[in-house]
Design a protein around this ligand. Structure first.
Ligand code: UD1
Ligand code: UDP
Length: 406
């Protein structure tokens, strides 16, 4: 029996963990009961609104968390500190073989730190990504988590290269036994690609979001926005909404499922700018955050996507929708190299130029590229840089072999 404690807390982590939990269930079907991989799920409570948390457990059939720490929102230090203290209690009680963490949130870093302080090997899924912008809280979370983790699962070659450049990879990934003092790195592909493959057809069948919002395919733009660097800087936030307004003024619709953080900041921006006439064009439609299946449908049928989300940039690419990223840099550099993602930051000018290029058909989108070395079959099947759609199974196989005989 191998015991894994999975630490999740924020929206994208529910989606990533769903793919891996499915792989655990599949693996267990082929094993005798005494050899099973037992997963204990810990929800830190970083995200707690029903449409930021519960909806994903329901839709994606993620096992109910064994522990909900209910930490909630707070400053970075206080939120991370509380998580660390509470996760530690769970780990002391559960005594797992390993702790599984995802992505780059405060929940990720707290999970990894709590584990290694107890000499429990930490596993990091989505290791090696870097924006090289240390102002981002996520960049610090990534650096710390990668530095302490024993097993690093990279989604892309760029991620492996980053770990090499930082000297983090001491030992090449093999399926050798894993112990606390060794470091293992594997290029497995992206669990979010597994997730898109699994859920796209389901989304088509189950989601009626286009009808609900009275949208027709290819007649609207989709936007998401939540990065602190945008929401917490009134100038940047205003520029982005001015660009949305200008695009809407040309008769376009922009659908923005708005993150609670952004809603708060936008309300404040509107209050501060009331006197100088700032208000949203009616073509910019704010809707509450949607579930994953609705989101896939919205992405897949959009003309193009504006986003500062890491996950949404990748999904745009995998669904072959052009993306304009509301950040000056990205960790998902392949999407830019392939010509499907334009980095606009919060520049009104860059956003308008990117919109015009797309809308007037001045730019031709390059064909999707295939990446033979990851074993993927080329872009016609929707894959390129992000693996072969079996990252989750590879992760569980490696963990299983690595921890089995300890
Ligand atoms: C967090 C992650 C970010 C990730 C994002 C995914 C960190 C540092 N940031 O950012 O990497 O991309 O999740 O969505 O971990 N709020 C609610 N209800 C909720 C959740 C949040 O109202 O259910 C509001 C609160 O006012 C809170 C704010 O949103 O203070 C920010 O939430 P927080 O989890 O701290 O950061 P995110 O911006 O969501
Ligand atoms: N997402 C969703 N509903 C929304 C917005 C996003 O289901 O209203 C999904 C999206 O499809 C992607 C993930 O959430 O799979 C991305 O999460 P988010 O943008 O919050 O965080 P990031 O990826 O930037 O860390």
């Amino acid at each position: 029996m191998i015991k894994i404690v999975t630490i999740i807390g924020a929206r994208p982590q529910f989606i990533k963990a769903a793919a891996v939990s499915r792989a655990i269930a599949k693996k267990n079907q082929s094993l005798a009961g005494s050899d099973h991989v037992k997963e204990i799920i810990v929800h830190t409570g970083q995200h707690y609104d029903a449409n930021m948390s519960a909806i994903f457990f329901d839709e994606l059939k993620i096992p109910r968390p064994d522990y909900n720490l209910n930490i909630g929102s707070g400053s970075h230090g206080s939120q991370t500190g509380q998580m660390l203290a509470e996760i530690e209690k769970v780990l002391i009680h559960e005594k797992p073989d390993t702790v599984l963490t995802y992505g780059d949130t405060n929940s990720t870093m707290a999970g990894a730190l709590a584990a290694v302080k107890l000499h429990i090997p930490a596993v990091h899924v989505e290791a090696g990504l870097r924006s090289f912008n240390r102002q981002m809280p996520e960049e610090i979370n990534r650096i710390v988590t990668d530095e302490v983790a024993s097993v690093l699962f990279c989604p892309t070659k760029a991620a492996v290269n980053n770990l090499s450049a930082e000297g983090i990879i001491h030992k090449k990934g093999t399926t050798a036994l894993i112990d606390f003092n060794s470091r293992h790195c594997y290029l497995v592909g992206d669990v979010m690609y597994d997730s898109i493959l699994f859920n796209t057809k389901l989304a088509e069948k189950k989601s009626n979001i286009l009808t609900v919002l009275e949208l027709r395919p290819n007649e609207y733009y989709l936007a998401t926005l939540h990065r602190a660097e945008n929401t917490d800087d009134p100038l940047k936030l205003k520029n982005i909404f001015l660009a949305f307004n200008d695009i809407a003024a040309k008769g376009e619709k922009i659908i923005l499922p708005i993150h609670p953080r952004t809603r708060k900041c936008l309300t404040e921006l509107e209050r501060q700018n009331k006197a100088n006439g700032f208000c949203l064009n009616s073509g910019v439609r704010l809707v509450d955050p949607v579930g994953y299946l609705d989101m896939i449908q919205l992405e897949k049928n959009a003309k193009a996507i504006f986003t500062d989300s890491g996950g949404v940039q990748k999904e745009a690419y995998l669904l072959q929708i052009p993306c304009m990223t509301l950040r000056p840099e990205t960790e998902w550099v392949e999407t830019v190299a392939a010509g499907w993602n334009t980095l606009c930051g919060s520049s009104l000018k860059k956003l308008m130029v990117a919109y015009e290029v797309l809308n007037t058909g001045q730019g031709t989108l390059p064909p999707f590229l295939s990446d033979a070395t990851t074993g993927s079959s080329g872009f016609k099947d929707g894959v390129g840089y992000y693996g072969d759609g079996h990252a989750s199974e590879k992760i569980i196989d490696i963990i299983y072999k690595g921890f089995l005989r300890q």
